[in-house]
Design a protein around this ligand. Sequence first.
Ligand code: ACO
Length: 321
Amino acid sequence: MRAQIIGTGSCLPEKIVTNDFLSTIVDTSDEWVSSRTGIRQRHISVDETTVSLSAEAGRRAMEMAGITADEIDLIIVATCTADTLVPSTACLVQDELHAVHATAFDINAACSGFVFALNLADVYMQAGVYRTALVIGAETLSRIVDWKDRTTCVLFADGAGAAVVRAAETGVSFSTLGSDGSRGGAIYVKSRENYNPFVTEKKPMDFLYMDGGEVFKFAVKKIPEAILETLDKAGLSVDDVDWFLLHQANARINQSIARKLKIPIEKVPMNVDHCGNTSGGSVPILLDEVNRKGMLKSGDTIVCAGFGSGLTWGVMLMTWA
Ligand code: ACO
């Protein structure tokens, strides 16, 4: 049995922040941000949390799938911005949804997180361990971004996407996941500083650091390679794919991937213009958007791809239900 997506949902914070607003708090402009990244606006949490966004995205996905929470036996949340270190986001979502029969845990593979989580659900289903999973990618990156740093605060945003996944004859078919920890310095955020009695130097709070150029070069090289590797496993070519749902970090990265692989840009939907980079949330939010627009047809061949901190990358091939 393989993991088949039978419902999608997403949830974005109510507050919309435009590039023009950002130009009032840091030295930037709509022209700079939109021409370099494709981003025009993004959703930023005020009252919403990673848990509340995840739970609402999950509710919407369950509603579309026509299932109740007690049918879910696995919840995986992919996030690098959990509200709490423990318990996991997934356990708190389980409680909000009353998914009393689920095993729940988080994974952290940054912007590749949703693809990694869906792969994990698929592997469990191949092994016959679980039958119905809720796979969520969710972030409140606005809490780890330095709002005085124009090189990062214009890029990142908040939101969650979810997929209800059921064991079926078709669905996910091939995946290619990878990591290169030696390049972890390209994007990092430190966790809590150590304030135990033996540490004398008290350090200030740290924010997200990113070497944008390094990430750009990595993504435009690694993602085309991993897509070709995945298609090769399936004996397919780029032309056999109906949709390429790529991580929404930067429109220029996705245009460059499409150019390299000679993919018509119409097959590479983007929502980075109004969502920004929601890291682990980005692929499932985009998936839900194109699904609700009615763009995905039964039998469509879909490639999902994520890349980000780690560095990590993940490509997944699936047949739409
Ligand atoms: N507004 C105005 N000027 C800016 C801004 C800003 N928001 N940010 C940087 N600049 C300035 C820089 O200071 C620099 O000025 P200088 O030449 O005087 O030093 C100039 O603009 C050019 O900066 P670059 O970093 O070279 O700009 P570049 O064209 O490379 O674009 C960007 C930067 C958009 C970050 C690009 O490198 C990129 O998209 N990289 C990929 C990053 C990414 O996708 N990250 C997310 C993936 S990882 C994850 O999702 C967790």
